[in-house]
Design a protein around this ligand. Sequence first.
Ligand code: NAG
Ligand code: NAG
Ligand code: NAG
Ligand code: NAG
Ligand code: NAG
Ligand code: NAG
Ligand code: NAG
Ligand code: NAG
Ligand code: NAG
Ligand code: NAG
Ligand code: NAG
Ligand code: NAG
Length: 666
Amino acid sequence: MYILFSFLSLLLAAHLTTAIPYSKYILAPSNRTLHPASIHRINGTITNASSLLSNSSTTGHATFHPNSSITFDYLQNIAGVVSVTVLSSTSPDAFIGLTYTESSLWINKQASDATAPAGLDEVLWLPVGKGPGTYTVERWHERGAFRYLTLVNNGSASVVVESVVTNFTAAPLQDLRDYKGYFHCDDELLNRIWYAGAYTNQLCNIDPYHGDAQVHFGDITFNETINLPQTNTWYNNITITQGGSCTVDGAKRDRLVWAGDMAVSMPSIFVSTNDLGAVKNSLDSLLALQNASTGMFPYAGYPFNEFGIVSFTYHLYTLIAVSNYYHFSGDLEYLQNNWGRFTRGLAWSLSYIDDTGLMNVTAPADWLRVGMGGHNIEANAILYSTLTRGITLATLLNDTTSISTWTPLATKLKTAANALLWSPTTTLYHDNETTTLSPQDGNTWAILSNLTLSSQQNSQISTALSTRWGPYGAPAPEAGSPVTISPFISSFELEAHFLSSNPLAALELMRRSWGFMLTDPRMTNSTFIEGFSADGTLKYAPYSNDASVSHAHGWGTGPTSFLSFYVAGIRILGAGGGEWRVEPLVGDLGVVEAGFWTGKGWFESRVQARNGMVVGMEVCAPAGTRGSVRLLGVVGLLRSEKGEEVTLVDGLAEGLGGGNWTLVLA
Ligand SMILES: *[C@@H]1O[C@H](CO)[C@@H](O)[C@H](O)[C@H]1NC(C)=O
Ligand SMILES: *[C@@H]1O[C@H](CO)[C@@H](O)[C@H](O)[C@H]1NC(C)=O
Ligand SMILES: *[C@@H]1O[C@H](CO)[C@@H](O)[C@H](O)[C@H]1NC(C)=O
Ligand SMILES: *[C@@H]1O[C@H](CO)[C@@H](O)[C@H](O)[C@H]1NC(C)=O
Ligand SMILES: *[C@@H]1O[C@H](CO)[C@@H](O)[C@H](O)[C@H]1NC(C)=O
Ligand SMILES: *[C@@H]1O[C@H](CO)[C@@H](O)[C@H](O)[C@H]1NC(C)=O
Ligand SMILES: *[C@@H]1O[C@H](CO)[C@@H](O)[C@H](O)[C@H]1NC(C)=O
Ligand SMILES: *[C@@H]1O[C@H](CO)[C@@H](O)[C@H](O)[C@H]1NC(C)=O
Ligand SMILES: *[C@@H]1O[C@H](CO)[C@@H](O)[C@H](O)[C@H]1NC(C)=O
Ligand SMILES: *[C@@H]1O[C@H](CO)[C@@H](O)[C@H](O)[C@H]1NC(C)=O
Ligand SMILES: *[C@@H]1O[C@H](CO)[C@@H](O)[C@H](O)[C@H]1NC(C)=O
Ligand SMILES: *[C@@H]1O[C@H](CO)[C@@H](O)[C@H](O)[C@H]1NC(C)=O
């Protein structure tokens, strides 16, 4: 039985590898042994440096003369354990130092970019004078993300180096280019954005034994000034989850499990690598930390949970992660096994609802926005989303007690939020009753959660948010000064525009903000940054240490899932893909294609459009599933390969089974 199963999965795996088109866009390497791609800069004298490059035609060697350094540019963010193979040196005291940075801003021969709240990270010194051989940094000094690697010979010896190799350690259980989904359209920038999001999540998929030990958390604070030559030690040697891989917030930093980040990264992982096993290990690590008496989940996973920080929103994001994990995996047993945790967790949040009907937030921790307290709109919209998801799940599980407890609370919360926090003047929600600040997070979550009362209200919010954009994207006024652009909250804003039937706004925001994040020369040309300023400087308001910002942060990967779900239009409605709707919102695109595997099988949508109107479409859905196709304004029918025909009525064709369906215009 087992052998038969393995044989079948091999067949299936072989099929998957050949079935995914457009793999040339995948940024993950085909080989985990990486040589430098190019030379960024040489200081001092290094002869034959180009012999160290991956495209070097010879197997030569480079000579580092005294006081020399070289900075390699891998042309994209990479990760791993570096080895230097040395043929000879002229002194037993010779050393080669290694420094790493994601952004070109922090190239330095005295330090790496930062993982601590202040200062820069130490140089790793390899004692290459000991004799010929390969010198490898300790595994706990793998670097989670870097585009630039500098090798420094700061002594008086000459050192002959044969090779500089990085063992790519990210996504340890993945066959790195064996994606389970694809996207393609007639806008190359959007194509690159989809694949950069997928790759960002691969770098944020790590071996759980190599989380960041955070040795300076609480020891070094944001407000300290640490000047070179003083640098900070760093160790990636703490075990953060069980299993063989897990997903974390950022590749360089924090290398920790955060439930908020998963709200964006999990869907994007689902449509690309489909590595839900790593997601599950991370989610399990949070579920295991639920407070036995209060039901509260931690702000972040181990070891950060030990600080005991309370976050009303990240607590709820853990519940949302359970709901999303079930939605994407279709794993009913997982949901059932964790249902007690879900209901106890939701009860904790509900205990903070006061007689207004809204939750009164009494702890400030969130995604590092400021002013989180009282009847905050973001926290209440996220609670509303959790309640409605909970009601859907409780219905599935026949938990009538929960349904009858949660339904009236949800209704009252929605009424109260609109009565107390909506401003018809700004056509946005206020952060709370005592401010006129209209946050990006609360307004986008109001649409995502259906806290809004009508599609007109959604359109008003969508328009009001887009009028606030600057050249680099959408501001988050709730995140302090200087005005911040958050790829996390902007990911939610993208979805808010799609849900407001405003795909042009969503695509424009992707091009403007994610295009900037991808192509600006200070970025990595491959992964998405954690945050930056509205004026385009790489300063993220919550941090005083600009060098500590992460350039590979899963919470900024929203476009990857939204291009598949909304632009190509493949929406999973019932758990694991059992029920679906294909509803492309193509905006100004002429050709869009996407596909992905689910537990039920392969979904694909191929669309041709003119002026935002679909003129051709093929849909593939797995056998045994049911779904619908919605094409507003289109008159015609869907025809299956077996000849069945379903007419579009007011743009909607319902009751489609699995199979291949083609649009036939009337
Ligand atoms: C990966 O690269 C290493 C070293 O360059 C080489 O020995 C190996 O054959 C390559 N593996 C594959 C699968 O190409
Ligand atoms: C440079 O590399 C070539 C092989 O590519 C080798 O023959 C030569 O000795 C090297 N020169 C130096 C100065 O290292
Ligand atoms: C190389 O030299 C330039 C110019 O002197 C200096 O600005 C830069 O910091 C040096 N780079 C490294 C990696 O030492
Ligand atoms: C790369 O690192 C992994 C994980 O430590 C290890 O299993 C593998 O052997 C290493 N590969 C090479 C070529 O050193
Ligand atoms: C720095 O911040 C810490 C807490 O983050 C605070 O305890 C300390 O007083 C601050 N130091 C200065 C000099 O502001
Ligand atoms: C991480 O490594 C450092 C240096 O070897 C060590 O002091 C520390 O105890 C290690 N931490 C863990 C959790 O293994
Ligand atoms: C209300 O919102 C404003 C703006 O975000 C904030 O400054 C204030 O602290 C909030 N009130 C509470 C009670 O958190
Ligand atoms: C929220 O609760 C705190 C603590 O009990 C209280 O001081 C505050 O007034 C409440 N806020 C609102 C808006 O009711
Ligand atoms: C819920 O009840 C229905 C009807 O009794 C039953 O078919 C279904 O299996 C139940 N679901 C679960 C998860 O127990
Ligand atoms: C959103 O709420 C409205 C009522 O305000 C309701 O009519 C609609 O069905 C809800 N939409 C969804 C998707 O639940
Ligand atoms: C960025 O990466 C793309 C491929 O993803 C490549 O075509 C382009 O040349 C790179 N740009 C720079 C400036 O390196
Ligand atoms: C859809 O068509 C492809 C061939 O174009 C076929 O391999 C696949 O099995 C069909 N899918 C279904 C669900 O019938």
